[in-house]
Design a protein around this ligand. Structure first.
Ligand code: C2E
Ligand code: MG
Ligand code: MG
Ligand code: MG
Length: 294
């Protein structure tokens, strides 16, 4: 019985491996075309600043999130193609496209909105992108040609990535030397710990959604958020709570003194052209979405 079970599992496994490989091959071919045909686009999710003492919140920035408008599959999310792009050597082209498009959109908001424009643009990086030889020069060129100021740019890396080899560390220091800010993404899901946070040259710690979404129901998660905020603060880093979906979750992370929040409660990722409308609507409603702690 056990053997038959095992055998069946093996067949299932083999089929799914083959399916995955075939699907991956499809995605790879399609992705090459997508880059050339301009099927990739960028959405922006607002990041909201929490004011000390429960004053009204303000828009602190946006995070650029890539999407793929596939001709037959519809909109494909990044987790389905970033890894493939890394494996087949397309991540350089893809990442540079996202960075330069996001910088151009950001500069356009600044021109259009003046003081009302977002203050920070966050862009996600993957390992292969960061490790490209000469990538710092590419970043300098993208900043120059878009008119983007380095101090408004925040590059996001995951903790496993940031803690890696000397080459990556060196690159992170080069970027920091340009005045670019660095954020540690999805904190709490990787292998590094609070104890090694001081070794990383980051300005901001983004607390992963898996903690935030249980912050209002689980003491354990609440304590972890609290500890992360305290350690980050003592190192002069600020914190962002990711994936806030409910007012209760927002209340908790505010109370635990997270500096900023991001999530569907405030806004889903938006098209560049829709962001000014969202900002205008926020300023008229005074960001009353998040009740201040009592
Ligand atoms: P991330 O950087 O942690 O981005 C946050 C993800 O959480 C986004 O998913 C966002 O849409 C989603 N999210 C935001 N608020 C909520 C919420 O309240 N509830 C839930 N359930 N989800 C929320 P998305 O856009 O699918 O991106 C997934 C990941 O793909 C990103 O995670 C990032 O690691 C990666 N990624 C996205 N764009 C790029 C890119 O241009 N380059 C690279 N290298 N990676 C990217
Ligand atoms: Mg991110
Ligand atoms: Mg994240
Ligand atoms: Mg994530």
């Amino acid at each position: 019985e056990a053997k038959r079970e095992g055998g069946r599992r093996y067949v299932l496994f083999e089929t799914s491996m083959r399916e995955r490989a075939a699907r991956r091959g499809d995605i790879e071919g399609d992705l090459r075309r997508a880059l050339n045909e301009g099927e990739l686009f960028v959405l922006y999710q607002p990041v909201v600043g929490f004011l000390e003492g429960g004053g009204s919140d303000h828009s602190a920035g946006v995070e650029a999130l890539v999407r793929w408008q596939h001709p037959t599959r519809g909109v494909v999310p990044p987790l389905e193609f970033i890894e493939v792009a890394e494996e087949c050597g397309l991540i350089g082209a893809l990442g540079d496209y996202v960075l330069s498009k996001a910088c151009r959109d950001f500069v356009q908001w600044q021109e259009e909105l003046g003081d009302g424009a977002p203050r920070l643009l966050a862009v996600n990086l993957s390992r292969a992108q960061l490790a490209q030889p000469g990538w710092t020069d590419i970043v300098i060129e993208i900043l120059r040609s878009s008119g983007m100021h380095a101090q408004h740019l925040q590059l996001e890396v995951t903790e496993t990535l940031a803690a890696q080899d000397r080459q990556v560390q060196q690159r992170l220091h080069e970027l920091k030397a340009l005045g670019i800010k660095l954020a540690l993404d999805d904190f709490g899901t990787g292998y590094s710990s609070l104890a090694s946070l001081h070794l990383l040259p980051v300005d901001t710690v983004k607390i992963d959604r898996s903690f935030v979404c249980q912050g209002d129901t689980s003491d354990h998660h609440r304590v972890l958020i609290e500890a992360t905020v305290k350690v980050a603060r003592s190192l002069g880093m600020d914190t962002v709570a990711e994936g806030i979906e409910t007012a209760a979750q927002a209340g908790v992370v505010r109370e635990l003194r997270c500096d900023k929040g991001q999530g569907y409660l405030f806004s889903r990722p938006l098209a560049a052209s829709a962001l000014p409308h969202w900002l205008a609507a926020q300023s008229t409603t005074q960001m009353t979405l998040v009740p201040p702690p009592d």
